[in-house]
Write a protein that binds this ligand. Structure first.
Ligand SMILES: NC(=O)c1ccc[n+]([C@@H]2O[C@H](COP(=O)([O-])OP(=O)(O)OC[C@H]3O[C@@H](n4cnc5c(N)ncnc54)[C@H](O)[C@@H]3O)[C@@H](O)[C@H]2O)c1
Ligand SMILES: CC(C)[C@H](C(=O)O)[C@@H](O)C(=O)O
Ligand SMILES: [Mg+2]
Length: 363
């Protein structure tokens, strides 16, 4: 009997469907080569969900995600939905999926592929061999804290509120993920906060320090304020190995870290914690290049690799995909975002085809 898995495929908006289509091609190759049976259950999400049903996270989409062995998501959002009520914005679908599936741990690896060392915004020697992991808390913090919203005050002025909240247990569980993953890497964690100003992250620092003392003293722990961390990431990124941080700081620092690797189109992610995990590139729907076959699909394809590693018990597929991506880049193929002189520019589909061809030889 062949292994059978159900994967909820949520392409979303903008370049979401373009990069997801390439990742699906890759899934199909792995299915054939490994003799698996993959049931791909495609559903609308984000703006596409809103247009289809009036809600960015339709009930059938959430159900499909909950019932699946893993979720693959493209990207959501776009200018056409920027003025609708916040509760119906495409981005809310992401928050809904993350909280409903209890995906509190978001792993965002920023690895510099050898062939792309020259594509980084930094000098080659600063990023060569860089391999860091941002562990972003994903279901708490200012993204979910109450009270939130906009009210009109007496006199007519409006006031907007969001609230940064963390409980001790929320901090402990994400810190545990970071320490555990550090034990499998270089045993080094930097916890990033704003403990000099924000009480909630003062608690964050205290709880991380206590947990470290009690259970993870074999890991080297440091703390850094987020403003300094943003600066250190571009000054000397190789000082970091695992970075653990809050929901919003992780969002920002991972986009910054992506540019060390050459492009935001290179960074995959895994969101873990509950029964079903979700895999998505860290980038958005890129309305500026949508529909032009220009998007880099590698972040989404590498997210498929993470899916095999964390949900489908085939880390070898992740390794094969990383090797395939390296070999394609070594051969000089580049999407526009990572293009440089003397290289061969390809579109989104052609990049997907190159991965498929190389993977067919590898698996
Ligand atoms: N996970 C998600 O679904 C997600 C993440 C971030 C932003 N968004 C949404 O996406 C929309 C656009 O947001 P934004 O412009 O701030 O961020 P973005 O990540 O969509 O784009 C930022 C820049 O990076 C480029 N880019 C992004 N992905 C790329 C890829 N794969 N290949 C080549 N270039 C790529 C874009 O062309 C753009 O110039 C907004 O609605 C936002 O809310 C969604
Ligand atoms: C679109 C938005 C909700 C999302 C986030 O802030 O988490 C995105 O920026 C990301 O990084 O996945
Ligand atoms: Mg982001």
């Amino acid at each position: 009997m062949s292994q059978e898995y159900t994967i909820a495929v949520l392409p979303g908006d903008g370049i979401g469907p373009e990069v997801t289509a390439e990742a699906v091609k890759v899934l199909r190759v792995v299915e054939t080569r490994l003799g698996l049976k993959l049931n791909l259950n495609e559903k609308p999400v984000g703006g596409a969900g809103y247009e289809a049903t009036g809600h960015p996270l339709p009930g059938e989409t959430l159900e499909a995600a909950k019932e699946a062995d893993a979720v693959l998501l493209g990207a959501v959002g776009g200018p056409q939905w920027e003025t609708i009520d916040f509760s119906l914005r495409p981005e809310r679908a992401l928050l809904g999926l993350r909280s409903e599936l209890n995906l509190f741990a978001n792993l965002r690896p920023a690895k510099v592929f050898r062939a792309l060392t020259e594509a980084s915004t930094l000098k080659p020697e600063v990023v060569e061999g860089l391999d860091i992991l941002v562990v972003r808390e994903l279901t708490g913090g200012i993204y979910f804290g109450e009270p939130r919203g906009v009210v009109t005050l007496q006199g007519g002025e409006r006031r907007g509120t969001n609230t940064l909240v963390y409980t001790e247990s929320e901090i402990v569980r994400i810190a545990k993920v970071a320490f555990d993953v550090a034990l499998k890497r270089n045993k080094k964690v930097c916890s990033v906060d704003k403990a000099n100003v924000l009480e909630a992250t003062g608690l964050w620092r205290e709880v991380v320090t206590d947990l470290h003392k009690k259970e993870f003293s074999g890991v080297e722990l440091s703390h850094m304020y987020v403003d300094n961390a943003a600066m250190q990431l571009v000054r000397n990124p190789k000082q970091f190995d695992v970075i653990v941080t809050t929901n919003m700081f992780g969002d920002i620092l991972s986009d910054e870290a992506s540019m060390l690797t050459g492009s935001i189109g290179m960074l995959p992610s895994a969101s873990l914690g509950g029964k079903t995990a979700m895999y998505e590139p860290i980038h958005g729907s890129a309305p500026d290049i949508a529909g032009k076959d220009m998007a880099n699909p590698l972040a989404t394809i590498l997210s498929v690799g993470m899916m095999f590693k964390y949900s489908l018990d085939r880390e070898d597929v992740n390794t094969a995909l990383e090797n395939v991506v390296e070999s394609i880049l070594e051969a000089g193929y580049r999407t526009k975002d990572i293009m440089s002189k003397g290289m061969k520019e390809v579109g989104c589909k052609e990049m997907g085809d190159l991965v498929v061809q190389a993977l067919e030889k590898k698996l």
